[in-house]
Write a protein that binds this ligand. Structure first.
Ligand code: ZN
Ligand code: ZN
Length: 384
């Protein structure tokens, strides 16, 4: 069936390494290694499926590779804890050799390649994967937020880390997070700036009285604001009250465990999900007139007609909207592509209805759309 290839989503396929699957765990019977970049639902499709468990049990030597922190998160997350023995943690900024015995019956030779995990600045445990082998040098970014200039500092990209003057490796292909590859997301305030503004808001509010409280209003169960909890604790010496579910997961993450609490008497909270009125009724907040709600948002600030430009904080009817992005801005994406100079790019996420041609123009690089897992690229008319 003809597929709308312009909106084809990434299904774990790395063209050059057909025997692995990245951030996609459905129909992976033929995959010999699986990779998970971070714990967000759109990168975990099929990770809780029975089929995956069966595939892991029946085929020996197949593992899910991820960062140490991602492994810890999954181990403490009840629906994923059964994957425990199949998770292999990769140390950050280290290169690991992965070997598969060949299957001569199928004409497959012995396969060896290297993978390096690089922190991607997106959420706890998030990493990029750099694959090197006879197929070339391939970077899979997962979701990332990397400030301009910072990707030059990663040793993994240097052709000789002890001789930086030798320059950077040649990257053949980047599977790239293009979430904000659009003119409307040209620049974002730095993470530091968003943190500074948020800490100042909290500090001013809670200094009014011991009854004044702050609530981070976070969407669902996603991860992403945890660095803020660490900063609140470090700078204001306050622990953040969080839900039981999150506490289960965070309590074993070394940099987070001191920043969080199950004590509802604390001044700063990130404990409740649901509507604002439900939050105000929470037992944590006796007097809703003394409650300051802070919401970290990106899309809201970018919405047409908001006209808030780059204001880091906007008061929307009592809710403080802080512009904070977990993904790189257009300029940050352009800087990464411009620095690494790949031969081609495949977006693994992009704005709705954004054409390949437009991305190509913004990145000044050849762009291919991801292939359907069940159709080879040769059959794809769009591949040219
Ligand atoms: Zn993500
Ligand atoms: Zn609370």
């Amino acid at each position: 069936m003809a597929q709308d290839s312009e909106n084809q989503i990434f299904q774990g396929v790395i063209d050059e390494i057909p025997f692995i699957s990245v951030d996609y765990f459905l129909d992976v019977q033929s995959s010999q290694a699986l990779f998970l970049s971070h714990c967000h639902a759109d990168h975990m499709k099929g990770l809780d499926s029975r089929d995956l468990c069966q595939a892991l049990q029946t085929k020996s030597g197949v593992f899910i590779y991820c960062s140490e922190k991602t492994k810890q998160i999954l181990t403490d997350w009840p629906i994923y804890s059964k994957l425990g023995r199949y998770l292999k943690a990769l140390e950050l900024n280290h290169t690991v050799k992965i070997d598969f015995p060949g299957d001569p019956g199928n004409g497959n030779a012995n396969t060896t390649f290297c993978v390096t995990t690089i922190p991607s600045g997106h959420c706890p445990g998030s990493v990029m994967f750099l694959y090197e082998g006879s197929f070339g040098t391939i970077l899979y970014t997962g979701d990332f937020r990397i400030a301009e200039g910072d990707c030059r500092k990663f040793q993994a990209f240097m052709s000789n880390p002890s001789r930086p003057e030798y320059g950077l490796k040649t990257i053949d292909h980047i599977y790239l997070d293009c979430t904000f590859c659009t003119d409307s997301a040209k620049t974002f305030p730095s993470r530091q700036m968003s943190v500074d503004v948020t800490i100042a808001l909290i500090s001013k509010w809670i200094s009014k009285s011991p009854e004044h409280k702050v609530l981070f209003s976070l969407a669902g169960r996603g991860f992403g604001a945890e660095f803020l909890f660490v900063e609140v604790h470090r700078r204001l010496n306050i622990q953040v009250h969080i839900s039981e579910f999150k506490h289960k997961i965070y309590k074993n993450l070394t940099d987070l465990r001191n920043a969080i609490s199950r004590q509802h008497t604390t001044s700063v909270h990130a404990c409740s999900e649901g509507t604002v009125s439900a939050k105000k009724r929470s037992p944590c907040f006796k007097d809703s007139s003394k409650l300051l709600i802070i919401r970290l948002t990106t899309q809201w600030h970018l919405m047409e007609g908001k006209n808030v430009d780059l204001r880091v904080v906007v008061d929307e009817g009592g809710i403080q909207r802080v512009l904070y992005s977990m993904h790189s801005s257009l300029e940050e994406i352009q800087d990464l592509v411009n620095t690494l100079q790949p031969h081609k790019v495949t977006p693994i996420a992009k704005p709705d209805n954004m054409s390949k041609e437009k991305i190509q123009q913004l990145l000044n690089c050849k762009v291919f759309l991801p292939v359907n897992r069940f159709r080879s690229r040769e059959n794809d008319e769009d591949y040219s």
